[in-house]
Design a protein around this ligand. Structure first.
Ligand SMILES: [Zn+2]
Length: 391
């Protein structure tokens, strides 16, 4: 019989709201949730005083804890997966950037075996960001690596990744972008718009052509102008798309975040970190994409002021949405777990505390700090040793 773990006395963040109760895991799955659950012979995790919610899922993360996803090195994925549960993360898309074609294919080939086969926070697929993006909105990308969409090039990457690319960020206004969107969708991945200078009209063509998601809304895209709303207004108004929001407090100020959330609502907003490898390390800077970056507060910047990514781990983003948007905890879990699960295509097994779902659980104390994390029924992080009682 697989290992059983009873989570007792938790305040459970269930899809219907908060409820005090127990949760029983058997092997990697949740097998029972209720006021009092029968659990003879199970190990016990005493959650007294903690809120338990679905573990955080990050669909846009390039590394953390000193581990980068830009190398052909599966050990870095394993090291990140072991490190990230301390932030409440239980799954993620390995987000890598398109560069030299052979190198990009080689990265997918070498990292694909780690997907769904790594203990700790589970890599559930890949997010490919670029190279088919607009040089005018390149952010931290090396302009020499950018090119117009080539659907066959994406097909090569998807084959190298064993079909595990789940999200592709590209600019819909580029030539052949709609053919690319069709190739992405045909492969089972999500066409996402980002690093774009598209007009509202070009965005609408993109939505009709299959764009279903928007990569870091506000960042690396044409800003709002009253005579040309551009991608931000177009995305907010298009009810069929979900939108990523980097909620480190630095990439988007609290006011535009509130405005966006008021339009997006709890179903379309997806919190992402866009974390660099130096996230969560306390580092003051480092090398990113071949250039020196300096950390100021939550963000890492180049000497010219270009923001290259966030260094605040996902639990900080969770606390920020609670604070900046005034959300209750069940709603904050929708933004940080349930909605990202849909983007990653794992909504039938992750993103909710429900019977039959993966036992991916984060425990938060009254300061919303992470006290413990279960990844597929295993205790991957436990701040307070006294809570765990072996069978
Ligand atoms: Zn990114």
């Amino acid at each position: 019989m697989p290992g059983r773990l009873l989570v007792s006395n938790a305040i459970l963040a269930l899809p219907g709201g908060l409820s005090r109760g127990d949760l029983l895991c058997e092997g990697p799955r949740i097998v029972a949730i209720g006021r009092k659950v029968e659990s003879a012979g199970a190990a016990v995790f005493d959650a007294q005083g903690l809120t338990a919610g679905p573990g955080f899922i990050d669909v846009h993360v390039h590394g953390g804890g000193g581990h980068s996803f830009f190398r052909r090195d599966p050990d870095r994925i394993r090291a990140y997966s072991a490190w990230a549960p301390q932030n409440g993360l239980t799954s993620y898309l390995i987000s890598t950037i398109g560069r030299d074609e052979d190198e990009t294919a080689a990265i997918f080939e070498s990292l694909a075996p780690t997907v769904a086969a790594t203990p700790g926070a589970e890599p559930v697929g890949f997010h490919l960001e670029g190279p088919f993006i607009n040089p005018l909105r390149k952010g931290a990308f090396d302009p020499a690596m950018l090119r117009a969409p080539r659907p066959w090039e994406f097909d090569r990457y998807q084959a190298a990744a064993r079909g595990l690319i789940r999200q592709v960020t590209f600019a819909p206004e580029l030539p052949d972008a709609l053919e690319l969107a069709a190739a992405i969708a045909a492969s089972g991945a999500l066409p996402a718009m980002g690093h774009t200078d598209a007009t509202a009209e070009e965005c609408r063509a993109g939505f009709e052509g299959g764009v279903k998601h928007v990569t870091h809304l506000f960042n690396a895209m044409r800003p709002i102008h009253q005579r040309e709303g551009g991608p931000i207004v177009a995305a907010l108004l298009e009810e069929s798309v979900t939108c990523e929001l980097i909620c480190d407090g630095a990439h988007i100020a609290p006011e535009p975040l509130r405005l966006a959330y008021r339009v997006l609502g709890p179903h379309r907003a997806v919190v992402v970190t866009d974390n660099l490898h130096i996230a969560g390390t306390g580092s003051e800077g480092g090398q990113f994409a071949g250039q020196e970056v300096k950390v100021t507060g939550a963000k890492a910047e180049r000497a010219d002021g270009t923001i290259v990514g966030s260094v605040a781990p996902i639990d900080q983003h969770f606390r920020n949405v609670v604070e900046f948007l005034g959300l209750d905890l069940p709603t904050a879990f929708r933004l940080c777990a349930t909605n990202p699960a849909r983007v990653a295509g794992v909504q039938r097994s992750k993103g909710c505390l429900e019977r039959g779902y993966d036992a991916d659980v984060v425990f938060l104390d009254s300061d919303l700090a992470v006290a413990a994390t279960l990844c597929r029924g295993e205790v991957a992080f436990n701040r307070d040793e006294w809570r765990l009682h072996p069978a």
